[in-house]
Design a protein around this ligand. Structure first.
Ligand code: ADP
Ligand code: MG
Length: 365
């Protein structure tokens, strides 16, 4: 690297540098956050133009998920570069390369290193602004989803109420008829089907009411550890029947939080039932609980097929199910979501297509 020698040369370089910085600032102000590739290309060309030997230099910008080049770089003889920091972490790099064989005639100036450093900071601040905007968008989407769930909750609560009485009647009268028709096997079988279906529907209604928080909530101080152990004991038979192994990993003897015991059990049940359902034979389901600061964390991990990214938004919506008709109501996770929200906690599903799914519930103590 050399420094510009004559005053005239220095002045010329300084003007080019300032023009370039001005251009880059303008490009960044006008950047469309959804198409930053165009902005980065413009920056690359602006820098190329500002360098001493524009026709012998190519600029390369590399940020996560995007690579931008001002031209082809086959062979580099000499280069300068600068790291692009985003919130103080290096996330990318901008470099300029001399693509001529002759390094004695073509070289970089110290001023050019300063220019590229300056531009990398500007790109970094653009990336920071994009990240801030995306986070705000994510938060907005989450809030909208919560709103939607709340509205659906109210609607379904209404429907559930309306269905409760006629369902109880169907069940009651079918049972009466069944005792009258004991002698008639064909009729008894049919009546039994009616009864079984009415019971299934009653369960759905119960879940709906649960989900919409129609069930009264009784908050007390609860130790989660025995709660998990007794819930998993009850599920032991189901694990065996499906030939799925499990481990409960809790290092602490007591994990206290303010919660409704019945609803806590419901969370553990619904998540574990899903994990079992989606687990292949002989695979492992892990149930973990621990605390970090003011939160109790419950984690259920399976080795099933995982959940495709595009379904993550729908998982907690009432009636969303990928199970065959008659097997799933699609209410389990929305019930869990309702309970977790009413406890001011949060729930997330992380998935790994190879290793399965992790459901993580965080509840304040
Ligand atoms: N552990 C899991 N592994 C894979 N998919 C899951 C898991 N848990 C839930 N899902 C997906 O979420 C959907 C909704 O679950 P849920 O609300 O419990 O309803 P249901 O169990 O009746 O289908 C399931 O049908 C399935 O597609
Ligand atoms: Mg379920």
């Amino acid at each position: 690297m050399k420094s510009a020698v004559t005053t005239k040369e220095q002045l010329r370089e300084r003007i080019k540098e300032l023009t370039c910085l001005y251009e880059v600032s303008t490009i960044i102000v006008q950047a469309d956050y959804d198409y930053i590739e165009d902005s980065l290309k413009a920056i690359a060309f602006s820098l190329k133009k500002a360098l001493q030997f524009p026709e012998k230099v190519e600029v390369y910008i590399n940020i996560p998920g995007l690579k931008v080049l001002s031209g082809t770089i086959k062979k580099t003889t000499c280069s300068i570069w600068s790291d692009i920091p985003v919130f103080n972490i290096i996330k990318g790099k901008i470099s300029a390369h001399i693509v001529s064989k002759d390094t004695s005639e073509h070289y970089f100036l110290e001023e050019e290193q300063a220019l590229i450093d300056n531009i990398s900071l500007k790109i970094g601040s653009l990336l920071e602004r994009i990240e801030i905007k995306n986070n705000a968008l994510l938060l907005k989407r989450q809030m909208e989803r919560a709103d939607r769930l709340a509205v659906l909750g109210e609607l379904t609560a209404g429907i559930a109420h309306e269905l409760n009485t006629p369902l109880a009647n169907i069940l009651g009268f079918a049972e009466l008829l069944a005792s009258d028709f004991k002698a008639n096997t064909a009729a008894s079988e049919d009546l039994n089907k009616i009864i079984q279906n009415a019971i299934f529907s009653r369960e759905v209604v119960k879940k709906l009411m649960f989900f919409s928080c129609e069930m009264p909530q009784e908050m007390t101080m609860v130790n989660l550890v025995p709660n998990i152990k007794s819930a998993i004991n009850l599920l032991d038979a189901t694990f065996r029947k499906q030939q799925v192994k499990y481990i409960v990993k809790i290092e602490e003897e007591e994990l206290w939080l303010r919660a409704d015991t019945v609803q806590l059990t419901q969370i553990i049940f619904n998540l574990t039932m899903n994990a079992i359902y989606f687990s292949p034979k002989d695979s492992l389901v892990m149930i973990e609980a621990f605390q970090i600061n003011n939160e109790i964390i419950l984690k259920i991990t399976d080795q099933g097929p995982g959940i495709p990214e595009n379904l993550h938004d729908k998982l907690f919506q009432p009636f969303f199910t990928t199970k065959p008709t008659g097997e799933g109501s699609g209410l389990g996770l929305s019930v869990v979501h309702g309970i977790v929200s009413s406890h001011k906690g949060s729930i997330t599903a992380k998935s790994n297509n190879k290793k399965g799914t992790i459901f993580e519930v965080r509840l304040p103590k």
